[in-house]
Ligand binder design. Structure first.
Ligand code: URA
Ligand code: CA
Length: 444
């Protein structure tokens, strides 16, 4: 192997030149092996933050990260598997809806998901709120599930992209998380290592996302689509609004219930719209139809004829959960204590800060403040009113779902926090647009 010096490569990046494939591989391998120390990688991250990376360089970085660990190949599964990834939001129930919905269209969906941290939730925690549900499937169980029922949602089995685990933790404490090439390489390395053949990305934008600005979200989406293409995987991105939580429910069992309602055709309209848009693209990328609208039409039919809900039931039963929940949501854990949060004002809702709702749900036990914190599957918040709705003083804005051991002080302080997440005005500003844009491969 060519011998470089970390110092020279940091200097090169600091001065604005692009690093080569071999240079990035040297840095990442050296970091994972403990040869290159945190302080040099921190300086590198900061140089990348300020100088950016070319599209090619970001692809090299992604590949070097993938090479740091194991990868999953699910070639034994027939058909084109299409994966979906969201950059993270509040009350983002889409995976719970999309996995069975797209699988019901005959497209194999093997989704490797994560747990929640901070104000955003994790799909594994949500599914584990279903009594008995098991998320630790082996690779052979994943393949068997895909062959038998066409769908599985589980935790990661192998040691994928260890370089990202280390580098992300370092970025987190060195103010270098919000660098577009670093985010793109971090996300894409994990998706590509997990074996996605084609990929639909949901890039969130707005107050509840970590990219607040539309232009930045487009830049991130463009770079991720280009990396996907460079790695030989068909990739499309939607830019979607995270100005307010998605759907009504934020919390684990609450979101499972919301997903079941959505698969029955009775879910909140924003969640349904986003699932149909993302799902339509997934069906399109699988090659089953010639355009995303036709994909969407197929999915609508699978909701109305009950096939999508049946697929969720099969998924739950196959992973040892109580399948009865799809017919009877009262089998899901329910919070002992429900408190209505009342509107202090008359007017139209013009703001509902997603991050504040996510943090309040976390404080109730729906999420984790630290990696090892325990969660309460029943806890969370449901929003009865959202942006564009008219309210009178005393109307219920939201409902707090709390465990019996949640103190009255905490509940009362969260009531205040939830109220202050809302803004009221005399004039109606309408509902925010949900789908803000779409980024395709340049050759499309
Ligand atoms: N999510 C990731 O997985 N990586 C980032 O760098 C940012 C968000
Ligand atoms: Ca939701």
């Amino acid at each position: 192997m060519i011998k470089f010096r970390a110092y020279d490569l940091i200097l090169k990046k600091r001065n604005g030149s692009a690093l080569s494939r071999a240079e990035l591989k040297y840095l990442l391998d050296g970091y994972v092996q403990g040869v290159i120390p945190d302080y040099q990688m921190s300086a590198l991250a900061m140089a990348i933050y300020f100088k950016g990376m070319s599209e090619e360089e970001a692809l090299f970085l992604t590949e070097a990260m993938i090479d740091s660990g194991e990868t999953i190949s699910l070639e034994a599964i027939p058909g084109t598997r299409v994966d979906k990834h969201s950059t993270g939001g509040v009350g983002d129930t889409t995976t719970l809806v999309l996995a069975p919905l797209v699988a019901a269209a005959g497209i194999p969906v093997i989704k490797l998901s994560g747990r929640g941290l901070g104000h955003t939730g994790g799909t594994l925690d949500k599914l584990e709120s279903i009594p008995g549900f098991k998320t630790d499937l082996s690779e052979s169980e994943l393949v068997t599930a895909a062959k038998n029922i066409g769908v599985a949602v589980a935790g990661q089995t192998k040691n994928l992209v260890p370089a990202d685990k280390m580098f992300y933790a370092l970025r987190d404490v060195t103010a270098t998380v919000d660098s577009i090439p670093l985010i793109a390489a971090s996300i894409m390395s994990k998706k590509l290592a997990a074996g996605a053949e084609s990929l639909v990305l949901d890039v969130k934008c707005g107050s509840g996302a970590f990219l607040k600005d539309y232009k930045q979200a487009c830049n991130l989406a463009r770079l991720m689509v280009d990396i996907g293409k460079g790695a030989g995987r068909e990739t499309v991105a939607l830019i979607t609004s995270m100005e307010q939580p998605l759907g009504k429910a934020v919390g684990n069992a609450l979101e499972v219930e919301e997903a079941i309602l959505t698969l029955r055709g009775e879910g909140p309209s924003d969640l349904e719209e986003l699932c149909l848009m993302l799902g339509g693209l997934m069906v399109f990328l699988s090659g089953h139809v010639s355009d995303p609208d036709s994909g969407k039409a197929i999915l609508k039919k699978l909701i109305s004829d009950g096939a999508a809900l049946k697929k969720l039931n099969e998924l739950i039963v196959n992973q040892h959960g109580n399948g009865g929940v799809t017919e009877d949501v009262s089998l899901l854990p329910k919070a002992k204590n429900r408190v209505n949060v009342k509107s202090p004002e008359n007017g139209f809702i013009t703001m509902l800060k997603a991050e504040d709702i996510g943090l309040a749900a976390m404080a109730l036990g729906a999420g984790r403040e630290t990696k090892d914190a325990l969660i309460d599957p029943a806890a969370g918040i449901t929003m009865e009113k959202k942006i564009g709705d008219r309210v009178e003083s005393g109307d219920t804005l939201a409902v707090i779902h709390a465990g019996s051991d949640t103190s009255a002080e905490l509940i009362s302080s969260l009531e205040g926090k939830i109220i202050s997440a809302y803004r009221f005005q005399k004039e109606n500003c309408g509902k925010p647009q949900l789908i803000l844009g779409r980024i395709d491969q340049k050759d499309r």
